[in-house]
Design a protein around this ligand. Structure first.
Ligand SMILES: [Zn+2]
Ligand SMILES: [Zn+2]
Length: 802
C-alpha cells in the first residue's frame, strides 16, 4: 500500500498511480520481465517485485495507459504463467523515478517459484537447429519459457546457486542474457550454452568414452547405434531411459528380456505429431496434449495396421503410449531417426528409474549397450507423466514431470485450514502438502513396497519441506495400519507433535475429485462411486466397489459390490484364476459349474488346482478375507476368458487386456449380462446372473471379444441402475466417479452415458489420477475439513460460555 501522506504531484491531474496484485502461478516463469516489457510499452514508471503472495506491481502513468497495461497483464502472460486474479487499487504518491524497475524480492518474504519442468519452447528449438546460432546443436538450451525446474532444484530461494546448475558458472554471453530484462533468458536460472553449460558424453559398458565416427557428436552416434539395433541408456531431465528402435522387433524383444519386463506396454517417442499419426489415430485434442508444455505420454488408440510396429511394444493392448521430444537432446536425437523409439524407464523391473550416473552404469549394465550421459545432476527423479483423453478431455493417469508441483487452488471454505501433510497410500504413492490456500501434490513416486522407492519418497518429502517452508500441524494417513506411509506418518506425528488423522481410503478418492473440481467445503453430500483393487474399510473389512454418500468431512456407505473371498490373500492380486474360482464358488457353486460346463477351458484349468483346500480356506475364513473389490471382479472375468489366468506381471494387467478385447466389439455388440441389486444396508450388487450368462455364452461358442463387451455392458448397467436408485432415494445432485478401475475408459464413459439422462452432475478425475496417485490430495482436504469443523465447533462453545 502507498503511504497515504504523500501529495499527488501530477500537475495536470493526468498522471495517476495504481497497485496491481497478481496471484496464480507467477513466480519463476519470467513474470517480472514480462511486466517490465509491458510497462515500458505503455510508458509507465514504477516497479515490480515478487513477494509471499505472488507479484506486486506499482505503476504510474496516464489513466488510459494504466488500463491498457492492466488488460495486457491478463492477456499476454509469459507462456508458463497461470494468472488467477489481478486486483487493482488506487495508489497515492508518485513514482520514485521516471523509470520502471524490477526489484529484488522483499526481504523475509517467502518466494517459491518452483514450477514444473517444461518442454523446449519453439524459440529455443529454432536456435538449436540454426547453424548460425551459438547454441546450434546444443542439447541443454533453455530459457525462461522452457527447460528444467523441479528436477534440478535443491532449495529456495530458487536461483542458480540452489540448483544442480551451480556447477556451471555462466560465461560472459550467458551472463549478459541473464541480466538483461529485455532478453528471453533474463533470470533463467538454468541458462547455459556450449561454452559454459553441461555436456553430453557417450560411454561404453566399461565407462570409457565411446569412439565416435568422424563428424559425429555423442547424440548423432547414439541415434546411429539405435538405428543399428542397439539399446542405448539416455540420461534425460528427470531420470534415465533406455531406448531402442521401436520398429526393430528383435531389439524390442531383447530389451524386454534384459529388463525382465515381459508384458507392460513400452512408451514410445516420435519426432512429431505426423510420425505418431503413422501408427495411431491422433485426434486434434490428443495432438494438443502431446505438444503441451507438460509433454506427457499420451495413450492413443493404435491404428489398425500400426505400420509394422511389433506387437511386443504393447502386448494385448489396443492403444499405444506416445510422447514427443521435450528437451533439445531428444529433438536432436529424433531428427536423426525416421521411426519412433521405445523410451522406457531406465531401471530393472519394478525398481525406481536411475538418476545418478554411477548408479546408471551399475544398474543398467546388462540392459544397455551404450550410455548417453551428461554431467548435470538430477536432483528429483521425475517419471514421464501419462495422460489420456476421456470424454473428449485430458485425464492424467500418472502425474509427474511437467505437472508436479503445480499447486491446486483449494476450494471456498478452506482458507483458514491448518497446514496438513497427507502421506498417500501404498501403491503409486505420492504425498500432498496443504498450505496458504493451496495444495501441492508431489510427483508420482512409485510403490512403497520397494525399499529404494521408500528412500525416494523420504527425499522428496524433505525437498518439499524446504521448497514450501512447511511444518505440518496435521499429518494425515490412510486407515490401513500396514501401509509404510501410515506407519511412517505415526512416527512423524510422534516426532513433531503434529496431530494425526486417519482417513478411509475410498472417502479420500472422492474428496480428491471434489477438490480438483473446486467443490466448496460446505457442499451438500455427493454420491461417490469408487472402484479399485483393495482399500481398508470400516472395522477391518476390505473394500473396493463402493457407493458412498460423502462430503469432505464424513461418509455413509449406501451400497457395495458383493464381498467375495480373496483366496490365498495377497496371491489373489497376482493370480486371476483364484478370483474366477472364488466368484464361481460363491455365486453358482463350483460342483455345479464343473458338472454343467466340464468342457470349458476355465473349468479344465481350475481342475488342476487344489480345490478341496481352497474350499476349506473359504469355509474357515483362513487366508481368504472377503473383499468387495472391483479389481478382482475384472480379474475373475479375464481369467474366464483365458486372459493371463495363471499370473499377471503388473497391477491391472488382466483388466487392461480385458478392456482392450472388449473395445474391439463394444460398439458392434449391444447385448449385456444381467446383475442384481440385493436389498439391505448397504445394498449389494450380486454377480450370479452375470456369471450364469457368461458361462452360457462361453459354452455356446460366442466370441471372446463379444463376451468381454457384454461383461462390460453388464457391469455398466448394474452400476448405472444402482446409482440412479441411490440418486433418487437420497436426493443427490452430484455423482463422483473415481478409483483405479475407472481408468477403464469403456467403463467410465459407459457409466457417464448411462447417467446422462438423470440430470445429475457427474465429476470425474482430470488433473489428479483416478488411482491411488491422487489419494493424498483427498486425504489432505478431509483432514483440513475436520480440523475446521472442530475449530468452529469449539468457537461456538466458547461463544456460548461468554
Ligand atoms: Zn526456451
Ligand atoms: Zn554460456
Amino acid at each position: 500500500m502507498a503511504s497515504g501522506g504523500e501529495q499527488v504531484l501530477n500537475a495536470g491531474g493526468r498522471e495517476t498511480g495504481a497497485e496491481f496484485r497478481v496471484r496464480g502461478l507467477v513466480q519463476g516463469v519470467g513474470f517480472r520481465p514480462n511486466v517490465w516489457r509491458l510497462a515500458t510499452r505503455f510508458g509507465l514508471a514504477g516497479e515490480v517485485l515478487n513477494d509471499g503472495e505472488g507479484v506486486l506491481i506499482r505503476a504510474w502513468g496516464a489513466p488510459e495507459h494504466l488500463s491498457a497495461f492492466e488488460a495486457a497483464l491478463g492477456r499476454e502472460p509469459p507462456p508458463l504463467a497461470r494468472v488467477e486474479t489481478i486486483e487493482r487499487v488506487a495508489l497515492l504518491g508518485r513514482a520514485r523515478s521516471g523509470e520502471f524497475r524490477i526489484l529484488a524480492s522483499e526481504a523475509g518474504k517467502i518466494e517459491t517459484g518452483i514450477i514444473p519442468d517444461a518442454a523446449t519452447c519453439p524459440e529455443c528449438l529454432a536456435e538449436v537447429l540454426d547453424p548460425a546460432n551459438r547454441r546450434f546443436r546444443y542439447p541443454f538450451a533453455n530459457c525462461t519459457h522452457c527447460g528444467p525446474r523441479l528436477s534440478i532444484v535443491r532449495a529456495i530461494p530458487y536461483d542458480r546457486a540452489t540448483t544442480s546448475m551451480s556447477a556451471f558458472p555462466m560465461c560472459e554471453d550467458c551472463r549478459a542474457e541473464y541480466e538483461n530484462p529485455a532478453d528471453r533468458r533474463f533470470h533463467a536460472e538454468p541458462n547455459a550454452c556450449p561454452v559454459c553449460g553441461p555436456r553430453t558424453r557417450l560411454e561404453d559398458e566399461s565407462g570409457k568414452s565411446f569412439t565416435l565416427e568422424s563428424g559425429e557428436d555423442a547424440v548423432t552416434a547414439a541415434a546411429r547405434l539405435i538405428a543399428c539395433g542397439s539399446i542405448v541408456a539416455i540420461k534425460g531431465i528427470g531420470g534415465f531411459h533406455v531406448a531402442c528402435d521401436a520398429g526393430n522387433a528383435a531389439a524390442v524383444s531383447r530389451l524386454r528380456e534384459r529388463k525382465h519386463r515381459y508384458h507392460k506396454a513400452f512408451a514410445l517417442m516420435a519426432r512429431d505429431v505426423a510420425m505418431v499419426g503413422n501408427f495411431a489415430r491422433v485426434s486434434e485434442a490428443e495432438a494438443a496434449l502431446l505438444q503441451s508444455v507438460a509433454a506427457p505420454i499420451v495413450v492413443i488408440e493404435a491404428a489398425e495396421d500400426r505400420q509394422a510396429l511389433p506387437q511386443a511394444i504393447a502386448p494385448g493392448q489396443s492403444s499405444l503410449g506416445f510422447m514427443l521430444p521435450y528437451t533439445p537432446l531428444h529433438h536432436l536425437l529424433m531428427r536423426d531417426l525416421d521411426r519412433p523409439i521405445v523410451l522406457t524407464s531406465g531401471n530393472r523391473s519394478d525398481e525406481p528409474q536411475c538418476v545418478e550416473n554411477g548408479d546408471a552404469r551399475r544398474r543398467l549394465s546388462g540392459i544397455a549397450d551404450v550410455w548417453l550421459m551428461h554431467d548435470r545432476d538430477i536432483v528429483s527423479r521425475l517419471d514421464d507423466s501419462v495422460a489420456r483423453l476421456v470424454l473428449g478431455a485430458p485425464s492424467i493417469l500418472r502425474r509427474a514431470r511437467g505437472y508436479a508441483p503445480t499447486p491446486i487452488r483449494m476450494p471456498d471454505g478452506f482458507a483458514d485450514a491448518p497446514r496438513v501433510l497427507a502421506l498417500g497410500a501404498e501403491l503409486k504413492s505420492s504425498f500432498c502438502v496443504l498450505s496458504s490456500g493451496q495444495a501441492m501434490l508431489s510427483q508420482h513416486i512409485g510403490d512403497l513396497e520397494d525399499a529404494a522407492t521408500h528412500d525416494d519418497y523420504r527425499a522428496a518429502l524433505r525437498l518439499y519441506h524446504k521448497l514450501f517452508s512447511f511444518t505440518p500441524q496435521v499429518i494425515c494417513v490412510d486407515q490401513h495400519p500396514d501401509y509404510l506411509s501410515t506407519q511412517w506418518g505415526h512416527a512423524l506425528a510422534r516426532e513433531t507433535g503434529a496431530r494425526l488423522v486417519s482417513v478411509q481410503h475410498h472417502h479420500a478418492h472422492i474428496a480428491a475429485v471434489l477438490a480438483e473440481h473446486d467443490v466448496p467445503l460446505r457442499t451438500l453430500p455427493v454420491l461417490g462411486i469408487v472402484l479399485d483393487g483393495i482399500g481398508l474399510g470400516e472395522e477391518g473389512e476390505l473394500w473396493g466397489g463402493e457407493f458412498l454418500l460423502a462430503d469432505y468431512r464424513s461418509f455413509e456407505r449406501l451400497a457395495r459390490f458383493a464381498p467375495v473371498p480373496l483366496v490365498g490373500g495377497a496371491k489373489a492380486m497376482r493370480e486371476p484364476w483364484r478370483n474366477a474360482f472364488a466368484h464361481l464358488e460363491q455365486f453358482i457353486g463350483w460342483e455345479s459349474v464343473a458338472a454343467r460346463y466340464a468342457e470349458l477351458d476355465i473349468v479344465h484349468l481350475l481342475r488342476q488346482k487344489p480345490i478341496p483346500a481352497l474350499v476349506r480356506m473359504i469355509e474357515s475364513g483362513i487366508n481368504a478375507p472377503p473383499a468387495s473389490s472391483a479389481g478382482r471382479l475384472f480379474d475373475a472375468a479375464a481369467a474366464m476368458l483365458g486372459i493371463s489366468p495363471e499370473s499377471t506381471s503388473y497391477e491391472g494387467q488382466a483388466a487392461c487386456e480385458l478392456e482392450a478385447l472388449a473395445a474391439t466389439r463394444f460398439s458392434g455388440d449391444s447385448s449385456s449380462y444381467p446383475t442384481e441389486l440385493a436389498p439391505g444396508a448397504p445394498l449389494t450388487l450380486q454377480w450370479g446372473p452375470l456369471w450364469n450368462a457368461l458361462l452360457e455364452d462361453l459354452a455356446n461358442g460366442v466370441g471372446r471379444a463379444n463376451i468381454a463387451a457384454r461383461f462390460h455392458r453388464g457391469v455398466i448397467s448394474g452400476l448405472t441402475a444402482a446409482t440412479r436408485k441411490l440418486v433418487e432415494s437420497h436426493g443427490v445432485s452430484t455423482v463422483v466417479l473415481s478409483g483405479g478401475v475407472f481408468q477403464n475408459r469403456l467403463l467410465l464413459e459407459g457409466v457417464c452415458a448411462g447417467l446422462a439422462q438423470s440430470r445429475v452432475k457427474v465429476l470425474v478425475p482430470r488433473s489428479v489420477p483416478a488411482n491411488d496417485g491422487g489419494i493424498a490430495l483427498g486425504q489432505a482436504l478431509i483432514a483440513a475439513a475436520r480440523s475446521l469443523t472442530e475449530t468452529s465447533a469449539s468457537l461456538d462453545r466458547d461463544a456460548k460460555r461468554v
